[in-house]
Design a protein around this ligand. Structure first.
Ligand code: SF4
Length: 294
């Protein structure tokens, strides 16, 4: 493991921050902060199931999208400080509560510590581990996770470099995420199920943004070229909600129109992609996802 807290180049931002003295672009030091750890019922049905997913929401984020709905957690990194041992106990407590899986949400910037916590829990942990991330993932991070993660659940947010630059300050987003997704698939392999619950594999999420349906369609075409259609699940989301603060952007201050979502959904069907679409009536600020299988 080539992680140096005093000069962190862990994620693709490679900001070089000294996390022993301050925070990096992800807003995080060497303290593990979690915003919430609880049963979570609002993921796709194959992840949440009946009992819920054992979600651990990590504070901070290296991506920093301008339309983020969770700024308090992602930018201010508010949350409870836990040790590696406590994190490991949290995983086991969630399993005890009958969670279907351990769902690690936006944990990339804490990977070295999460790996230690997973290794500690491993002898007693018998439910799948889900890596739920923004897709902008380095090979270093993915190699650390190899053998510890069962289900990869990345976003694939942007296709065009200009959009990724304007919305997240990372013009190389698609190149990095596509390479990461190929590696995730290599690690997780083919989809494995236990009844209706996913046990192993890859599910890629894409949120259709207002004014960007053509970009979403181009992104799906690229994704279909990257991986065989039966190698992964697609979760096509349509619940974009503008953030409370007004954005200096011609598109992001409104929700998506039904025709925007439907045109992208139609493309996914034509490409033979499998997975989940979304009920457009759920596009409200108090959004509760409502998924169905194609
Ligand atoms: S994980 Fe944080 S500190 Fe490390 S390179 Fe990424 S943004 Fe910088």
């Amino acid at each position: 493991m080539s992680f140096h807290a005093a000069h962190c180049t862990l994620c693709p931002r490679r900001c070089g921050a000294d996390r022993t003295k301050g925070v990096g672009l992800c807003h995080c030091s060497t303290e593990i902060r979690i915003a919430r750890a609880a049963l979570h019922f609002w993921e796709e049905p194959c992840i949440s199931g009946k009992n819920g997913s054992g979600a651990v929401f990590f504070s901070g984020c290296a991506l920093g999208c301008i339309f983020c709905q969770n700024r308090k957690i992602s930018r201010k990194a508010v949350g409870k400080i836990v040790t590696v041992e406590q994190l490991s106990e949290i995983f086991l407590a969630l399993q005890e509560q009958q969670a279907h899986n351990i769902n690690l949400v936006t944990g990339s910037h804490y990977t070295p510590w999460i790996v230690q916590a997973l290794e500690l829990a491993k002898p007693k942990l018998h439910i799948p581990v889900v890596w739920n991330c923004g897709g902008y993932e380095s090979m270093e991070i993915l190699h650390m996770l190899d053998g510890l993660v069962d289900i990869y659940l990345p976003d694939l947010k942007f296709y065009e470099a200009g959009t990724a630059k304007a919305y997240a300050g990372c013009p190389d987003y698609f190149t990095v995420a596509a390479k990461a997704i190929a590696e995730m698939h290599r690690q997780a392999g083919t989809l494995r199920w236990k009844g209706a619950l996913l046990q192993r594999g890859l599910m890629v999420r894409h949120l259709v943004l207002p004014g960007h349906r053509k970009e979403s369609i181009a992104l799906l075409h690229q994704l279909a070229e990257l991986l065989p259609a039966d190698a992964f699940l697609l979760s096509l989301m349509g619940q974009y909600t503008p953030p409370e603060q007004h954005l200096e952007d011609p598109f992001l201050n409104r929700r998506i129109a039904t025709f925007e979502y439907e045109s992208v959904r139609k493309c996914a069907v034509q490409l033979g992609l499998n997975g989940y679409g979304q009920d457009r009536s759920s596009a409200t600020a108090s959004y509760t996802p409502d998924f169905w299988i194609e």
